[in-house]
Design a protein around this ligand. Structure first.
Ligand code: ADP
Length: 334
């Protein structure tokens, strides 16, 4: 059975919705972003205006969507959600924009993947709260300006560096989300367990936190796997050993590397002798999309000091060989 189980996706989505903190004070970790964002929101509410457009950047699963929802909730505003890839034509964006009510929050996920024409329409909308809708074709085409109510755009991107300057400059505030430390993640696991009615002790929460790669989405996912395991094996409470056995079963190692991460490292060390090797070759050798390797696996591997990006390609570090338990090439610098 190689087909993807559609229920798996629904399960993930339902859980995410159920586990999302609803207010800024419920949002664990990221103290800097929380304080900065809190100030932006409070000042705007004080003035009675829509706050500046907000850009949230950082790897997947760190809370960008959650923060967008929190922004709307804290402001008491309506929320519209779309994403760069979902907007095929500028007309799609025009339809979304002209449907906004005053003060609405528009969340655009993966904003770095908007098409050029949509992006240019967004410039005008962000700056002047206006869109020009083109009617007709060729020399007879005319632009009809439509005024928009003031709104707040919340853009999310996994790569702030890939946004064109003019787009980046139109955001009044950029929140850079970082990986969470294990203490914050343990807190998130505790809150999630409480919401799901799962009994899990402190050590087991710590096991999950340490292996979650600094990412709340992963922590929540691992918690569910530990819950399944505890349930099926008949443990009323998930203790440390239950957590360990469950995580071992799902191939999440002590340091939080999963199959994908280990696959990337393994290919780099064994197939390419530690590199340098180009990203696309590396992605191909593990049978993954380029973006999955560069945005999901690599940020974590880099942060763990297991992989480095160089102009000539990806390199494994000595620590990578040590982690995989294989001998580094003799020529490798210490
Ligand atoms: P992103 O949009 O950055 O990919 P999400 O906002 O969808 O990430 O978050 C993924 C999951 O992690 C959600 O279920 C959310 O509840 C949880 N989560 C993210 N950040 C936090 C946080 N700071 N506190 C508690 N839960 C969080």
């Amino acid at each position: 059975h190689s087909e993807v189980d559609p229920n798996a996706f629904v399960e993930e989505r339902d859980y995410e919705a159920a586990l999302r903190p609803k207010t800024l004070s419920e949002f664990d970790g990221q103290p800097r972003v929380r304080e900065q964002l809190g100030l932006v929101l409070e000042a705007a509410m004080h003035r009675g205006t829509a706050p500046d457009h907000v850009l949230l950047s950082g790897p997947p699963g760190l809370g960008k969507t959650t923060l967008a929802m929190i922004i709307a909730a804290e402001l008491g505003s309506g929320l519209r959600i779309s994403s760069g890839p979902a907007i095929q034509h500028a007309g799609d964006l025009a339809a979304i924009l002209s449907g906004l009510d005053e003060g609405d929050v528009l969340f655009l996920d993966e904003i770095h993947r908007l098409s050029r024409p949509a992006e240019e329409m967004l410039y005008l909308a962000m700056e002047d709260f206006r869109v020009d809708v083109i009617v007709g074709k060729g020399p007879g085409a005319t632009a009809i300006p439509i005024n928009l109510p003031p709104f707040t755009l919340v853009g999310a991107t996994t790569r702030a560096g890939m946004l064109p300057g003019p787009l980046r400059d139109r955001f009044g505030f950029t929140g850079q989300l970082d990986f969470y430390d294990p203490a914050d993640l343990a807190g998130i696991v505790e809150a999630s367990a409480a919401k799901l009615g799962i009994s899990i002790d402190e050590q087991a929460r710590g096991e999950i936190a340490r292996r979650s790669r600094g990412t709340p989405r992963i922590a929540n996912r691992l918690l569910r796997r530990v819950r399944d395991f505890a349930q099926v094996k008949g443990h009323a409470t998930a203790h440390r050993d239950v957590a360990r056995s469950a995580l071992e079963l799902y191939e999440v190692d002590e340091r939080g590397l999963d199959r994908l991460d280990r696959g990337v490292l393994d290919a780099l060390c064994r197939l390419f002798d530690g590199g340098p090797v180009g990203l696309s070759t590396l992605a191909l050798s593990v049978g993954e999309e380029i973006e999955t390797v560069s945005e999901v696996a690599e940020p974590f591997l880099i942060r763990e000091g297991l992989l480095v990006r160089t102009p000539r390609g990806r390199l494994a570090t000595r620590a990578a060989y040590r982690h995989l338990g294989i001998r580094p090439p003799a020529a490798m610098p210490a």
